[in-house]
Design a protein around this ligand. Structure first.
Ligand code: HPA
Length: 278
C-alpha cells in the first residue's frame, strides 16, 4: 500500500493513460455503486481497464466494474470512472484519490462525482437525487485526510479552503435541468464514513444531530483532492435507502444496487443536460 504519490508517479500514470486514448478529457465523471451504466451513453469510447494502469486502485465491490470510459458526451470530452475504489477495501487515502490527481494532470477542469447514499433526512426516499451543498468530512477530520503527507505544491496550497467545495453555479444549472425534466431533487449535506459496516441506529441519530442529510462511504476524499487542485466540483448522491434511525429495518447492498436502476436514467438526464450547457 502506498501512503503518498510523488508528482513523478502521478505523471507516470497520466502518461500511461495518454498512451491508450486519443482524447484529451476536460470533464471527469466518477460513478458510484449501481450507477456505472451512466457511462453507456458515452459516444465513440476508448475503454481502459484499471488493471492496465500502474498504481491504479481496483474495486472489489459488486456493482463496480473497473475501467475508464473516455469519449464524448453532449459535445464534451469526458473521462469516466466506471467503478471506484473505497477506503474500506484496504487502500490508502492516496490510492483512493489517485484517479483525481491523474485527471488533474490530464487537463480535467470539472469533476462530477456521484455516489449511492443512505437518506438521513426523513423527506428523502430511495430513488431521490440530492445535490451536495456541502459535506461533513468525518473520515478526514478524524486524521485520515487524503492531503496528509508532503504537500504537492503543483496542485495547491498546504492548507486549502473548503468553504465552497461544491460549485453553486453548477448546482443551479443541474437543478434547472432536473426541474425541466420533472426530476425531483434536493440539496443537502453528505457525510462520509469509512464503512464497510452500515451505521447503527445510534450512529444515524448522531449524524442527523450534526446536520447530515445523506450518508455514504466515498466522495469526500476525492472532493478534497479535487478542490486542492482547483477543479470545479458537482457532487450528486443517488438516494438508495432510508437510513434506519429507529432500528426497525435492515440495509443491504442489494437494496443499494436496486435503487441504481431507477437512479441511472435520472442522473444520466441531469449530467447530459448539464454538459450540454457548459
Ligand atoms: N450508509 C452508508 N453508505 C451507504 C448507504 C448507507 O445507508 N447506502 C448507500 N451507501
Amino acid at each position: 500500500m502506498k501512503e503518498y504519490f510523488t508528482l513523478a508517479e502521478i505523471d507516470e500514470v497520466a502518461q500511461s493513460i495518454r498512451n491508450l486514448t486519443k482524447y484529451q478529457p476536460k470533464v471527469g465523471l466518477i460513478l458510484g455503486s449501481g450507477l456505472g451504466d451512466l457511462a453507456n451513453s458515452i459516444e465513440d469510447p476508448d475503454f481502459i481497464s484499471y488493471n492496465n494502469i500502474p498504481y491504479w486502485p481496483t474495486s472489489t465491490v459488486h456493482g463496480h466494474s473497473g475501467r475508464l470510459v473516455i469519449g464524448k458526451l453532449e459535445g464534451q470530452t469526458v473521462i469516466t470512472m466506471q467503478g471506484r475504489a473505497h477506503y474500506y477495501e484496504g487502500y490508502s487515502m492516496a490510492e483512493v484519490t489517485l484517479p483525481v490527481r491523474v485527471m488533474q494532470r490530464l487537463g480535467v477542469e470539472l469533476l462530477v462525482v456521484t455516489n449511492a447514499a443512505g437518506a438521513i433526512n426523513p423527506e428523502y426516499v430511495p430513488g431521490d437525487v440530492m445535490f451536495l451543498s456541502d459535506h461533513i468530512a468525518m473520515i478526514a477530520m478524524t486524521g485520515n485526510n487524503p492531503l496528509r503527507g508532503p504537500n504537492l505544491d503543483e496542485f495547491g496550497p498546504r492548507f486549502p479552503d473548503m468553504s465552497q467545495a461544491y460549485d453553486r453555479i453548477l448546482i443551479e444549472k443541474a437543478k434547472k435541468v432536473a426541474d425541466k425534466n420533472n426530476i425531483q431533487t434536493f440539496s443537502g449535506v453528505y457525510v462520509s464514513l469509512s464503512g464497510p459496516s452500515f451505521e447503527s441506529p445510534a450512529d444515524l441519530r448522531f449524524l442527523r444531530a450534526i446536520g447530515a442529510d445523506a450518508v455514504g462511504m466515498s466522495t469526500v476524499p476525492e472532493v478534497i483532492i479535487a478542490r486542492h487542485g482547483g477543479l470545479r466540483v458537482l457532487g450528486i448522491s443517488g438516494i438508495s435507502n432510508k437510513a434506519n434511525l429507529d432500528g426497525t429495518t435492515i440495509t443491504t447492498h442489494d437494496e443499494v444496487l436496486e435503487a441504481g436502476k431507477v437512479l441511472v436514467p435520472r442522473l444520466t438526464t441531469i449530467v447530459r443536460g448539464l454538459l450540454s450547457e457548459i
